[in-house]
Design a protein around this ligand. Structure first.
Ligand code: NAD
Length: 492
């Protein structure tokens, strides 16, 4: 047995108490089997602390708590009250923002400056969900006969949620916010490499006054706890963010168990396109943001850069200089933009892809190596002279590795941009509005950024075309994904 809270000192000197238990029914508890696992600091490879590992029986307990909460008061009460809890939670996230940002930087390895941005968006998003809670409208349907018809949006029930390790707290909020606003209760599993911020935030859930059982947060492994959530007969929906392969597996499991509803936010290989009339300085800044932000561990990373041939050499030179100026290092150090990769697995996968790229005949323009021998750091890497059939152009690397190639005109770049099984995002850099709109409407992507990149807003929906997913996060669309429509037809 380990203590249910342990003292942690962040590298910037902030001290806090880290919950280690499973958060079930508003209490932190040990797992039934008492198993635990280590959580590592990816900057140093040292153990931060141990946390309890959930298994099938813990999922059952969490689902029972969530079912009870759903049926007792949560789903049927005045929705404005649900909104109040979410607003209070947003306030608490803001109050605890420095600790939360520090936990993210420590556990995930993201630069503290990025972690602060994540936490700010978490608060904004939860506040937005709080505002939506009493604005879930149905519709009145005029049928021209003697009947009166209306459709109402009802919650689904207990929602299972499985999140990844690249934005641990932000994904927690993108999942719980809309589910709670619409009257559902949740059983959420964090990623095994980054469980700490979701546990800390769960303690704020209790402080915000949410009734017991409304939010349940489990630490644990995908093949055990994640699978138990996807397969659980009492869970009515599973929402997942992570790899396309795991998303397909979850969808199959969900279908075979009880045909629970599924939303998936999956991988990507997003094109970032620079036209010859673009503001080159701004475009290069957005290419850097597109691929090195969050160490490239971003589902919508702009990992394929296409530059119009007349400005290719100029952009390549400026991009190489900017990539070499990216400060890689300790996430808590001033000026660091790129921290370590989150895990040894991720480091190995990225280094393998860099080898593959070299073997495939691409030219290494910049980077290409592990940085140092402690911590999972990788140099910001650029490959040029790539062809469309190379694996480094086709497959999601999920790290600070980008490919760069030339295009002639609008039609060619639309073809190149769409030459992928994914469809999460795309970037377009141009000063010509007609070009921007034509290309934006022709690309098969759930989000198109024009003269910006990795630029999120809580009211703008986010999600994928093709094998990048099903459903949307944020905006009104996220709420729609957590309700089902009931039609009522009354004879008069
Ligand atoms: P993953 O998709 O397997 O893991 C994401 C989440 O799913 C974690 O919480 C994990 O525990 C859970 N999970 C894993 N197997 C499961 C199963 N069988 N049933 C239910 N849940 C399960 O991703 P990974 O293995 O951590 O990373 C592999 C690759 O996935 C990365 O290199 C990257 O390319 C991609 N990835 C993409 C995203 C994204 O946001 N698109 C996020 C994380 C990873």
């Amino acid at each position: 047995q380990i203590p249910l809270k342990v003292p942690v000192t962040l590298p910037n000197g902030i001290k806090y108490e880290q919950p280690t238990g499973l958060f079930i029914n508003n209490e932190f508890v040990a797992s039934k089997q008492g198993k635990t696992f280590e959580v590592l600091n990816p900057s140093t490879e040292d153990v931060i602390c141990d946390v309890y590992e959930s298994r099938e029986e813990d999922v059952d307990l969490a689902v029972d708590a969530a079912s009870k909460a759903f049926n007792s008061e949560w789903s049927s009460q005045d929705p404005a009250i649900r909104g109040e809890y979410l607003l209070k939670l947003a306030d608490l996230i803001e109050e605890h923002s420095e600790v939360l940002a520090g936990i993210e930087a420590l556990d995930n390895g993201k630069a503290l400056i990025s972690a602060r941005g994540d936490v700010a968006l978490v608060a904004k998003y939860l506040r937005s969900c709080g505002g939506w809670a009493d604005k879930i409208f149905g519709s009145l349907i005029e049928t021209g006969d003697s009947h009166f018809n209306y459709a109402r949006r009802e919650p689904l029930g207990v929602c299972g949620q499985i999140i990844p390790w690249n934005f641990p707290l932000l994904m927690w909020s993108w999942k719980v916010g809309p589910a709670l606003a619409t009257g559902n209760t949740v059983v959420l599993k964090s990623a095994e490499s980054t469980p700490l911020s979701a546990l800390y935030a769960s303690q704020l859930v209790k402080e915000a006054g949410f009734p017991a059982g409304v939010v349940n947060t489990l630490s644990g492994f995908g093949k055990i706890t994640g699978n138990a959530i996807a397969a659980h007969p009492k869970i009515k929906k599973v929402a997942f963010t992570g790899s396309t392969a795991t998303g397909k597996h979850i969808m199959k499991t969900a279908a075979e168990s009880n045909l629970k509803k599924v939303t998936l936010e999956l991988g990507g290989k997003s094109p970032n396109i620079v036209f010859e009339d673009a503001d080159i300085n701004k475009a290069v800044a957005n290419i850097i943001l597109g691929i090195y932000y969050n160490s490239g561990e971003v589902c919508c990373a702009g990992s394929r850069v296409y530059v119009q041939e007349s400005i290719y050499d100029e952009v390549a030179k400026a991009f190489k200089a900017a990539a070499e100026a990216v400060k890689v290092g300790d996430p808590f150090e001033n000026g660091v933009f790129q921290g370590p990769q989150t895990s040894q697995n991720q480091l190995n996968k990225i280094l393998d892809y860099i080898n593959i790229g070299t073997q495939e005949g691409a030219t290494l323009i910049s980077g290409g190596k592990r940085k140092g021998n402690k911590g999972y750091f990788v140099e910001p890497t650029i490959f040029g002279d790539v062809s469309e059939d190379m694996r480094i152009v086709k497959e999601e690397i999920f790290g600070p590795v980008v490919t760069m190639s030339k295009f002639k005109d609008v039609d060619e770049v639309i073809k190149l941009g769409n030459d992928t099984e994914y469809g999460l995002a795309a970037g377009i850099h141009t000063t010509n509005l007609n070009t921007a709109i034509k290309v934006a409407h022709s690309l098969k992507a759930g989000t198109v950024w024009i003269n910006t990149y990795n630029d999120f807003h809580q009211m703008v929906p986010f999600g994928g075309f093709g094998q990048s997913g099903i459903g949307r996060e944020m905006g009104k669309e996220a709420l729609d994904n957590y309700t089902q429509v009931k039609a009522v037809r009354i004879a008069r």
